[in-house]
Design a protein around this ligand. Sequence first.
Ligand code: ADP
Ligand code: MG
Length: 581
Amino acid sequence: MPIFAFKDTDALGLVSAVDTATATVRVENVDLLRKLQVNRLVTLQSSKPGQHLVGIVQKIIRNAIAGAEVADDESIEAEIRENNIVRISLIGTFIDRLGVQNDVFRRTLESVPEIDARCFSVEGETLTHFMRAVSQLSKDSGERLSLGHYTLDENAEAFLNANKFFQRHAVIVGSTGSGKSWTTALLLERISELKNACAILFDIHGEYHTLHGKGVRHFRIAGPTDLAGDTSPADDVMFFPYWLLGYEDLVSLFVDRTDQNAPNQTMLLGRAIMESKRDYLTQNTQHEILKAFTIDSPVPFELQAVLTKLNEINTEMVAGARGAKQGDFHGKLSRLIARLEAKRDDRRLGFLFDAPSECSNFSWLDEFALRLLAGTIDQDDGCGGVKVINFSEVPSDILPLVVGRLASLVFSVQQWTAKANRHPIALFCDEAHLYIPNRSDPGSVSSVALPYFERIAKEGRKYGVGLVVISQRPSEVSKTVLSQCNNFIALRLTNAEDQSVVQRLLPDSMGGFAGILPVLDTAEALVVGDASLLPSRIRIAEPNAKPDGGTVNFWDRWCEDTKVQAVAKAVECWRRQSMNT
Ligand SMILES: Nc1ncnc2c1ncn2[C@@H]1O[C@H](COP(=O)(O)OP(=O)(O)O)[C@@H](O)[C@H]1O
Ligand SMILES: [Mg+2]
């Protein structure tokens, strides 16, 4: 028994206009029209037997044509009829039987509807059967990432094609409190259950420490209290030594672009770094690398040597016609040196400038990269293919630089891995508007990080690096990066500007779908993209380990009678610049 077996008399109406991916249906029966809802499914008769075109109701227009002022003529009476229109986005073809398989749904339009083709609304049992068929179909065809259930049918499980989802990048957007973090946690949980999982989450606020299980490993970027003491830092504390930064990164950090001496400072800084890297390689007898390294190569160098060199130039005296005179750059580097020293001594930047001495060992980067890129079974202890990196103690002004450079490090290692040995990795970028910004001042710290992500967005697929961009402000996230993403999990979005960004990113025929963004329930998402067979509303399942979003119940807390004595402690933490006292 085919799923779509309608009687002609059940028809909603007839097709009166057709476009590439939309159709207009004229409805004669007003009762049927009243029952119809936007975003519900309909089918249209296809010119091919055994096939049905499936569409989504985009617009319902009830339009009375007052055709007659001269109402006493009988024939004109008939003209005063209603001209009711339903506009439909076509999304795919349903085939009753294909080869040995029953009930096949495809995202392609195998034919276009003909004028006067009948249109039927898909409801009740028919809808249930259709949704089951879609669910089963996606499951069978390898779309095995279970995300939740369809809003249209709460019993039909919604699966995504996880290969496509990560290959072609994804976006998770939604206003604050709409369920982004929980959705992220759910996805990571699903990944962590796999045998050889590999993903990194940039956890900006430290809200994912609750994720646990064999497949998850936690790291924390070192804060001021983790710095060089007598004890060596704990295993989960991560340093990111300054020499991992690129030349542009270091310039943006140390050189004030508005300084009139900035060009000279930039040039001399570069020269001093090159010299220091060369010395390092010579001392470590890395002759092969000496021949080919550049200023951006991940080669350790001594910051102190750079400072000494810059100080020399800044105070240099040369021989002149009438005795010694000041060198060309005498005094021109003072501000550069001051900035460099200030950064070096800033305890909040200790994870960059005050890393343990082993971070300068030549082989240190091997271990570091392995920590980031290893799949679950590559790790010695066989745990933790999903790495949650907590950035909550990294100062916000430098955050883009560190996250961006870490992402680019992952990308570079993938790029330099032989194709056959590449293990794919997904980068989950929570609060992406903070470090993948749409607009930024040229030369600023955040603009330096942007190209790293744009590169991954454009070329990641080739090298097995997938991006998942997560943000509450899609309008503030780089358009270049967003436009490379092919899958959308759009949760409730209330801001009009953000809605229009999402609308523009959706495929043309789906644009009308964006209208429901502001009325979605918490944890309900519009899921569109090449990873989902049916573009639809999905109620996202709960993760086992809930993120620690830290939502405070004001009223409840104000009703409690326990004394709050946290202020003195907070002041101490503030002074120490760390939550770990
Ligand atoms: N999948 C879900 N199922 C049930 N409740 C959810 C789900 N996702 C989110 N919520 C509820 O919504 C709240 C906010 O979710 P969260 O993911 O922290 O939002 P966001 O990260 O978008 O600000 C959660 O504390 C929880 O109560
Ligand atoms: Mg969140």
